[in-house]
Ligand binder design. Structure first.
Ligand code: GLN
Length: 450
C-alpha cells in the first residue's frame, strides 16, 4: 500500500511514470524474491528466503510494479493441475470443482479471478499456456533465451522459460516488454534486440500464413475443443489470414521425449536439495541418513517419480538408449516446426486436448496427467514462442487457442493473437465468482486491465 501511495503521489505531481507503475503483479513461487519466501510448492524448501531477486522480479520492480504475492504451483513446477503443491490445490475460478491447470495454476487463477491484472508464470512443457487456457486468460511462453532465467528455480534448464500471464494480449505484450532481453547473469539469455511489442499489435492478420497442425486434431482431442479451435481458425481466415494444413509427424513423439529429457535434467537440478544448504533438514545420526530422510520427507510423490525416471535415463548402460536418443528426437521435433515455417508464419493448434478436469480425476494416473500437455510440450522441445488465448467455451469451461511462431518472433504471435481478440469477445468473459451472479460461460464485464 505504501508503494502504491508513492506511485499515486508521483502521478498527482505529474511526474513521468514507468510502464508498470503501481500495478500489482503476482509471481509464481518458483522465482526468487527477497520479500517473500520462495517455496516452489515444496516442503523441502520450507520457508526459504532468497538473498536476491530473480532478474524478472528486479525488472518488475524497476518498471514500477508491486509484487503483491507469490502464487501456488505444482511442486517444482512438475504437474498440469496444481494438485501437486505441498500447500494444497488451487481451484479454477470457472468451476471450483475443477483444476486450474498447472503448473502455473495459481498465477492463472489469480488473473482469471481479477485478483491481479498481470502475473508471471514459467513454462517447461506447457505450464504457462495450459493453465492460461484452462482459466480463460492469455499466457505467453517466449522463445528460449528471450527472458532471463536467473533466479528461476531450475526444473529442466534447457526447456524452462518465464513469461507473462494477463487478461488481454496487449497486457501480455506490455509485461513481455519489461521481461525480455539479455541478462549477463544468465548465459542462455539471448543477445537479440527487443522490439516494441505494443507497436506490433496493428489489429490485422492480413498477409499472414497460418498452418493448422494436422496431427494435433486427431485422436484424443475433445470434440467441443476441436469445434472451438476450428472456428477460431475460420475467424482468422475471415480476417484475411491464409490458413492451410501443415504436417507435424513427429509431435506424437514429443511427450515421451520430454519425459526423458525433463526428468533427466530435473534429477540433476534437484540433487542440491539435500538438507545442507536450503530449507528442510531432517536430522539423523550420520550424513547419509540426513540426506535420505530429508529428501524422503521433503519431496512429494511426483517429484520423487521424476527423480527416479531421470536418474534411470542417465545411468550407465541406459544413457544411449534413453537420454541420447531423446536428444535426437528433440532435433526431429524442431525440424518439423522449421519445415512448417518455410510455408507458414504461425502454427495453430489447441492449447490442450480437453477442458479443465475435476480434482482427483488424473492424480492416480500419471500418463493421463502428462497427456494434458501433448500440444504444448513440442513447442518447448523446439524452443519456440507460443501463446494461449481464449477462443470459446465447451460445457461452460474455457478453451485455449495456441499460436506458435518462429524463434524470437513473439511480435507475430502477439499480432495475430491481438487481431483475433479484436474480432471476438471471449477475453471479456469473467468467471461467475461468489455473488457475481454470472452463469455458465460467465458474464461479460471486462476484467481489470493493466
Ligand atoms: N505439465 C508438464 C510437466 O509436468 C509441464 C510442466 C511445466 O511446464 N513446468 O512437466
Amino acid at each position: 500500500m505504501q508503494d502504491a501511495r508513492r506511485w499515486d503521489d508521483r502521478y498527482a505531481r505529474g511526474d513521468g511514470l514507468p510502464p508498470l507503475a503501481g500495478l500489482p503483479v503476482a509471481v509464481k513461487d518458483n522465482m526468487c524474491t527477497t520479500d517473500f519466501p520462495t517455496t516452489c510448492g515444496s516442503r523441502i524448501l520450507g520457508r526459504w528466503m532468497s538473498p536476491y531477486d530473480a532478474t524478472v522480479v528486479a525488472r518488475l520492480r524497476e518498471a514500477g510494479a508491486i509484487v503483491i504475492g507469490k502464487t501456488n504451483l505444482d511442486e517444482f513446477a512438475m504437474g498440469s493441475s496444481t494438485e501437486n503443491s505441498a500447500f494444497g490445490p488451487t481451484r479454477n475460478p470457472w468451476d471450483q470443482g475443477r483444476v486450474p491447470g498447472g503448473s502455473s495454476g495459481g498465477s492463472a487463477a489469480a488473473v482469471a479471478a481479477s485478483f491481479v491484472p498481470l502475473a508471471l508464470g514459467s513454462d517447461t512443457g506447457g505450464s504457462i499456456r495450459q493453465p492460461a487456457g484452462f482459466c480463460g486468460i492469455v499466457g505467453l511462453k517466449p522463445t528460449y533465451g528471450r527472458v532471463s532465467r536467473y533466479g528461476l528455480v531450475a526444473f529442466a534448464s534447457s526447456l524452462d522459460q518465464i513469461g507473462p500471464m494477463a487478461g488481454t494480449v496487449a497486457d501480455a505484450a506490455l509485461l513481455l516488454q519489461v521481461l525480455a532481453g539479455r541478462d549477463p547473469r544468465d548465459s542462455t539469455s539471448a543477445d537479440v534486440p527487443v522490439p516494441d511489442y505494443a507497436k506490433a499489435l496493428n489489429g490485422t492478420v492480413r498477409g499472414l500464413r497460418i498452418g493448422l497442425a494436422r496431427e494435433a486434431f486427431g485422436e484424443g482431442l475433445q470434440p467441443a475443443v476441436r469445434t472451438a479451435v476450428t472456428q477460431a481458425a475460420e475467424v482468422l481466415k475471415g480476417q484475411g489470414a491464409e490458413v492451410i494444413e501443415v504436417a507435424m509427424p513427429t509431435i506424437a513423439y514429443a511427450l515421451p521425449t520430454y519425459y526423458l529429457l525433463a526428468t533427466s535434467e530435473a534429477s540433476s537440478n534437484l540433487a542440491r536439495y539435500d538438507g545442507v544448504q536450503y530449507g528442510l533438514r531432517v536430522p539423523s545420526t550420520d550424513l547419509y541418513g540426513m540426506y535420505t530422510k530429508t529428501r524422503r520427507e521433503g519431496f512429494g510423490a511426483e517429484v520423487k517419480r521424476r527423480i527416479m525416471l531421470g536418474t534411470y535415463a542417465l545411468s550407465a548402460g541406459y544413457y544411449e538408449g534413453f537420454f541420447l536418443k531423446a536428444q535426437r528426437v528433440r532435433t526431429l521435433v524442431r525440424r518439423d516446426f522449421l519445415q512448417a515455417f518455410e510455408r507458414v508464419d504461425l502454427v495453430l493448434m489447441p492449447t490442450s486436448p480437453t477442458v479443465p478436469f475435476r480434482f482427483g480425476e488424473k492424480v492416480d494416473d500419471p500418463l493421463q496427467m502428462y497427456l494434458a500437455d501433448v500440444y504444448t510440450i513440442p513447442v518447448n522441445l523446439a524452443g519456440l514462442p507460443g501463446i494461449s488465448i481464449p477462443c470459446g467455451f465447451a460445457d461452460g469451461l474455457p478453451v485455449g487457442l495456441q499460436l506458435i511462431g518462429r524463434s524470437f518472433e513473439e511480435e507475430t504471435v502477439l499480432r495475430a493473437a491481438h487481431a483475433y481478440e479484436q474480432a471476438t469477445e471471449w477475453h471479456t468473459r469473467r468467471p461467475p465468482l461468489d455473488g457475481d451472479g454470472g452463469g455458465r460461460g460467465g458474464t461479460t464485464q471486462p476484467r481489470g486491465r493493466a
